[in-house]
Design a protein around this ligand. Structure first.
Ligand code: AP5
Length: 214
């Protein structure tokens, strides 16, 4: 399975990608997670990315494309992958097509359809483990009272870019740079709409039904 999860920030891509990766045995490749790890490690890339990410902008295409190219050469990506948060611009999508060629082309692009009001609610109530990245939500999936992650014991925090001001900026950037990808993949007849404003389990069931077509 070679899939792309496309959607606005907070539309639930990461939540469903974790489930899919566990149940279908293919890696979730999240460019956001890779960048956050680089920030945590204090690498040159991390230092560059941190400022951009905390302002809600996009990291330059050439950096992201190289990062994904390298990640896709790792053995676990040989049997398939879920690209979560990549591509985010037309230039990234065109480079991905060239990278994969016709033999390993993307099979399906799932578009996570969620209203702006719901996104703002979800993101401002999201909390994340600073160590392993597990997501919680103070409304729908509250973190333990200890403030420590159930998975790894790490400290649960609010992501720097999950404040309302930065979320609105991310949504603006999404509309401008990423939303045009819907038309790009529609032309390729790969775009499938997921009604992602439903409860997590219902989104999952709809996604499983779509994937059964592959
Ligand atoms: P990234 O980490 O990719 O952020 P994003 O796309 O903005 O996605 P999110 O992680 O915010 O949301 P999600 O859709 O995964 O939702 P989630 O499942 O967590 O990128 C961060 C930054 O890195 C970017 O802003 C950019 O700077 C940079 N970057 C990354 N990739 C890049 C690229 N390709 N090019 C350039 N720059 C790049 O869910 C959100 C919340 O809602 C959670 O609390 C969850 O519990 C809850 N939730 C999920 N589903 C439901 C549901 N069905 N009902 C109720 N609550 C739900």
């Amino acid at each position: 399975m070679r899939l792309i999860f496309l959607g606005a920030p907070g539309s639930g891509k990461g939540t469903q990608a974790v489930y899919l990766a566990e149940n279908y045995g293919i890696p979730q490749i999240s460019t956001g997670d890779i960048l956050r790890k680089a920030v945590q490690d204090g690498s040159e890339l991390g230092q560059k990315a941190q400022v951009i990410m905390s302002n809600g902008g996009l990291v330059p295409d050439d950096i992201i494309i190289e990062l994904v190219r390298e990640r896709l050469t790792l053995p676990d990506a040989g049997k398939g992958f879920i690209l979560d948060g990549f591509p985010r611009t037309i230039a990234q999508a065109e480079s991905l097509d060239a990278m994969l060629g016709s033999g390993k082309a993307i099979q399906m692009v799932l578009f996570f359809d969620v209203s702006e009001a719901e996104i703002i609610k979800r993101l401002t109530s999201r909390r994340t483990c600073s160590q392993c990245g597990k997501n919680y939500n103070v409304i729908s999936d509250p973190p333990p009272a200890s403030g420590l992650c159930v998975q790894c014991g790490g400290k649960i925090v609010q992501r720097e870019d999950d404040t309302e001001t930065t979320v609105r900026k991310r949504l603006q950037v999404y509309e401008e740079k990423t939303a045009p990808l819907k038309a790009f993949y529609n032309v390729q007849k790969k775009l499938y709409i997921l009604h992602a404003e439903q409860a997590v389990e219902r989104v999952r069931a709809e996604m499983d039904a779509l994937l059964a077509q592959l």
